[in-house]
Each structure stands twice: as structure tokens, then as C-alpha cells.
Design a protein. Structure first.
Length: 230
């Protein structure tokens, strides 16, 4: 694929939720060829308050890749994550990328949301014969739910106890969320407790609506990429 073709394909990638975001008053930005919601017109103070209480963020346009094969441990070591990573655990790279081990021979790698840099011709997408890449950017939505009320809200949708005292940072749950299969990774946005949620992209609109309805009970709201840069 030529550089021009690669750039055009990368620049064309956007969330499946454009209509929903526009209806909510989204203001857009482009970051490294990715079209992201910057914010929804909230003030800086409101953004801080929402993030602390309960916020939903669409990270779906950001790069991510699956790695499968017998040499996943060697891949982890070669890319600076260390060779040993237990199933259903995540590990952060120094540049902010997150590797999640879903099974002995399967990884999920998420680019740093605040500084997305991966291009589709990156080596991560072409791991090798014994270990190959899968384009999860096409197959999985990626949301973040953050704030003090996040565990209580998620308890209404998921049977796994996601409270911080029972679910560690970078612990992974492969579970059912609103009766759909999902991967839940506990993380942080700054010092705020957060959860990444990933699932089949065919459920993107459905799950966004379900979670958005659920956060309203807790006076939660929508935030954009700007909150990751605060």
C-alpha cells in the first residue's frame, strides 16, 4: 500500500457514533488523522466535575490491534512489555500503550489515548508468521467510563464486581455487559478511576445508548478527547 493510500485510509477513520455525537453538541478535532470528539461545549470546571463523578467517552476512533499466535510472549518482550503477562491482566508501556492478555495466545493492544500515534502500516499490525495482527479497530468499539460512580453504574449492567477493592487496576474481565460480550479493563484517567469497555462493533450504537441512559441516573455526562489532555 502506498504512503498516500495509507494516509487516506487512516484519515478516513471515525467513530460510528457521529450522528449521536453531533446531536449531543460535539465539537470535533483531528489528531494524527483520526477524527475525534474534542468536547461537548462544556467548561473546564464542568469537565473536571463530570470526570470525577461519572463520564462516558468514545475512544473508538483510536488505534488498537489484536495479536494472536504461539509467539505472543516473544512479541510482548520484543515490544517492551516484558515476556510474562498473566491472562486477564494488562500492562502499560512507557509510551502509554496498553497490552491486555485475553488468553495464552491472544493479546489486545490499545494505543495511548492522549497521544495516538499508531499508523496502519505499523509493525504491530504485522507481527509475523508465528504471531499475527488482527485489526481490532474495525471489529471492536472502545469506550471509557470514568468517575466515582462508575462501579455502581456498571453493576446495573454487569455481573462482575468491578469495585476498586475487588477489581485491581489493569485487571481484565471478559464478561457480559447489557447481555452482550465485552472486555472490561480497569484503568485510570489521571488519578480518576476508569474502565475501558470493548465489544463487537456491531453493538456500538446499542451499547452507547445503554450506557448513556445508565449514567443519567447518576447525573453523569459525555466527555471528549480534551479530558485526556487535561
Amino acid at each position: 500500500m502506498s504512503v498516500d493510500a495509507t494516509s487516506k485510509r487512516q484519515a478516513s477513520y471515525r467513530s460510528l457514533l457521529v450522528q449521536q455525537h453531533d446531536s449531543a453538541g460535539a465539537r470535533w478535532r483531528e489528531v494524527n488523522g483520526l477524527r475525534l470528539v474534542k468536547d461537548f461545549g462544556e467548561s473546564a470546571d464542568d469537565r473536571t466535575s463530570l470526570l470525577s463523578r461519572l463520564a462516558l467517552i468514545d475512544l473508538s476512533p483510536l488505534p488498537r490491534v489484536g495479536i494472536k499466535g504461539r509467539q505472543t510472549a516473544a512479541w510482548l518482550a520484543a515490544h517492551g512489555f516484558g515476556a510474562h503477562l498473566n491472562n486477564n491482566r494488562g500492562r502499560l508501556h512507557e509510551d502509554g500503550k496498553l497490552a491486555v492478555r485475553l488468553a495464552a495466545n491472544e493479546l489486545l493492544v490499545l494505543d495511548c489515548p492522549a497521544r495516538p500515534v499508531l499508523q496502519i502500516d505499523n509493525a504491530l499490525f504485522h507481527a509475523g508468521r508465528e504471531c499475527y495482527g488482527v485489526r481490532r479497530q474495525d471489529s471492536h468499539y472502545w469506550f471509557a467510563v470514568a468517575g466515582f460512580e462508575a462501579p455502581a453504574m456498571l453493576a446495573k449492567l454487569c455481573g462482575v464486581d468491578l469495585r476498586p477493592e475487588h477489581f485491581d487496576v489493569l485487571q481484565v474481565g471478559q464478561t457480559q455487559l447489557a447481555r452482550t460480550s465485552a472486555v472490561v479493563v480497569r484503568h485510570r484517567i489521571g488519578q480518576i478511576n476508569a474502565y475501558y469497555i470493548l465489544g463487537d462493533s456491531s453493538y456500538t450504537v446499542y451499547m452507547w445508548g445503554v450506557i448513556r441512559d445508565a449514567i443519567r441516573e447518576y447525573n453523569g455526562g459525555l466527555l471528549g478527547h480534551a479530558v485526556l489532555l487535561s
